[in-house]
Design a protein around this ligand. Structure first.
Ligand code: NAP
Length: 315
């Protein structure tokens, strides 16, 4: 017989780990399935300057590691596994994971969001051969090289700035003339001597597929349709993220972009009716704020609702 757990947390980013700290402290012995990207987006971020309590900033991986230790201290357990399928039509809920079946009375979905790609065949063919979505992971390989970053939001600005530590020149390509990034980040990018901003520009093709290494980019200026070649050896994508909620389609309401719809931040629904004991937190349900601190906040809320649910539905 599979043991029925009080609560299972899907995802080990900021939201999942905060939920783990709270549910563990409440004595619920949460099991955290670490998922495909253990530690979530913070684990591939560099300096986090806006998480309250760290006046000098803290490295993303260190922040995540601290949260994990904190949750473990109160009895949370972690499994390097991911969800394969879920059945919310039976109770206790049944999860098929890469490490076997799990039954649980409550579920906290904190599966976050994953990096988005342009979707060009040449880009896909060169992932890991000069094309990357993670500057902190791969920037090191571009010491002294010229590279490009795509995107007009804070992620792209952060990547471009970080990559100047290695690259001799960073060209930031954005498809429009207006930028989504915050003013402070955009100002830093514009003031940087090794970053060139090219607005109204899209990548049409990544060159070098036959050689299995990035040789350059074919670009198009969207204002006049003129094409040009940018000779770079690396391409970094900073164009946002996709929510990891596909496995819940049909069992939990998702919005038109695939984010989990929530009521009062963390309550899930199906056809507008509550799905009892299933809560969502962090980026998988937040297309608006998507900050470490908001993810942590909603992780806390989900955990408190789990406690309340289990009290009200004593077994
Ligand atoms: P974002 O704000 O959604 O920006 C995504 C950017 O990529 C947009 O400029 C978008 O262009 C562009 N884009 C999307 N799909 C594209 C495509 N197929 N081709 C070309 N360009 C494409 O995402 P984000 O930058 O990842 O930021 C997400 C959230 O995290 C934001 O709230 C941000 O403030 C926050 N964040 C904060 C920090 C920080 O404070 N240090 C760092 C990183 C992220 P359009 O503008 O034309 O749509």
């Amino acid at each position: 017989m599979t043991e029925t757990r009080d609560t299972v947390i899907l995802g080990s980013g900021c939201a999942g780990l905060t939920a783990a700290i709270y549910t563990a402290r409440a004595g619920l012995r949460p099991l955290v399935l670490e998922g495909h990207e253990p530690g979530g987006q913070l684990s591939i971020t560099s300096l986090v300057e806006n998480f309250p309590g760290w006046p000098e900033g803290i490295q993303g991986p260190e922040l995540i590691d601290n949260m994990k230790k904190q949750a473990a201290r109160f009895g949370a357990t972690f499994q390097l596994a991911h969800l394969q399928s879920v059945d919310l039509s039976v109770y206790p809920y049944r999860l098929e994971t890469s490490a076997g079946e799990i039954c649980t009375r409550t579920l906290i979905v904190a599966s976050g969001a994953s990096a988005r790609w342009l979707g060009l065949p040449s880009e896909q063919a060169l992932i890991g051969h000069g094309v990357s979505s993670c500057a902190t992971c791969d920037g090191f390989f571009f010491r002294g090289k010229e590279i490009a970053v795509v995107g007009g939001g804070d992620s792209a600005m952060e990547e471009a700035l970080f990559l100047t530590r290695f690259a001799s020149k960073v060209t930031l390509l954005h498809r429009r003339s207006a930028f989504r990034a915050s003013k402070i980040m955009l100002d830093r990018v514009m003031a940087h001597p090794n970053i060139e901003l090219r607005a109204n520009t899209v990548v049409v093709e990544v060159l070098g597929v036959e050689d299995k290494e990035v040789k350059g980019l074919r670009l198009r200026d969207v204002t006049n349709n003129q094409e040009s070649i940018l000779p770079v050896t690396g391409l970094f994508l900073g164009i946002g993220h996709e929510p990891n909620a596909k496995m819940f389609a049909g069992q939990i309401d998702l919005d038109d972009e695939g984010y989990i719809k929530t009521v009062h931040n963390v309550f899930t629904t199906l056809n507008g009716n509550p799905v009892h004991g299933v809560f969502a937190c962090g980026d998988v349900q937040d297309r608006r704020y998507r900050q470490a601190i908001t993810a942590a906040g909603s992780g806390c809320m989900a955990a408190l609702e789990v406690e309340k649910f289990l009290e009200e539905h004593a077994h």
